[in-house]
Design a protein. Sequence first.
Length: 283
Amino acid sequence: MKKLIYCPLLLFLLMVSCSQEKFVKEPTLDNGEYFWLEKRDLRSGKYHQQHSKIFGKYVTGYNDFILKGIDKAQSTAMQGGGYFTGITAKPTESPIGYQLKLLGKPLLDPPRTTSYCSGVSYTAFIEGLNLIYQDLKSGLDSLHYEAMRMQEIDGSRRNDGVKFWGHWNADGLGSHFALVQYSKMGKEIKPENLRPGDFVNISWKSGLGHSVVFMGWYQDTNNKKYMLYWSSQESTNGMADQKVAIDKIKEIKAVRLTNPDKLFDFDVTREVNTEIPGNKIQF
């Protein structure tokens, strides 16, 4: 019988290798089937900073970086940070409550410490890019940096439909407008393909909408089905996980980050078609 030899160095190298394999720089894959969470995945509450630890084990590729970006954003407002919308308010609404930067360049000088839904989903996207390109020595050129800004140079609000953030923040299916159409950094996916770290625009049966980052589907002991996501909403006082019943949702549009390198060369003048349909959730 052979004796097992404990080798700390070999164990360390194996752990590093596994860690590097997890955060691979390639699109996240799925098997085309609905992804269901376990009850234990919901135990950390609303304001936790463990999205990468809890939900990252279910994905590889770029979605891992988005989940880590969520944890970075949540760490700035551990109890949500407050929710506020008001274009004409003084000061105006703030998409996120801290000075968000892309590759070291500021995108926003926040007029408030509060946030709202499309602002925090965009923040998760930006912080994910910062992690993907953390070793990049040269940043964005001025043309593409300007296209990603959340404010005009004078600090005024960037209007909906203007460049990347303006499309993301627009009414309707903003993450599709910006990520799939305008920049071609992502692709549309069907509801059954959704995985933690994908972006979703929800159209409620009430007539309103929501911009979120998907965590998973969940079914309780009474067989009632839910979607778990991370976003900013009034009911959670800002940034937090939220579980909502599927029967409240009219339709969704889901997108996934697949080609972040387009950040550096997308056509900043490209037009967007806002008249696109959503998708029904059909289990």
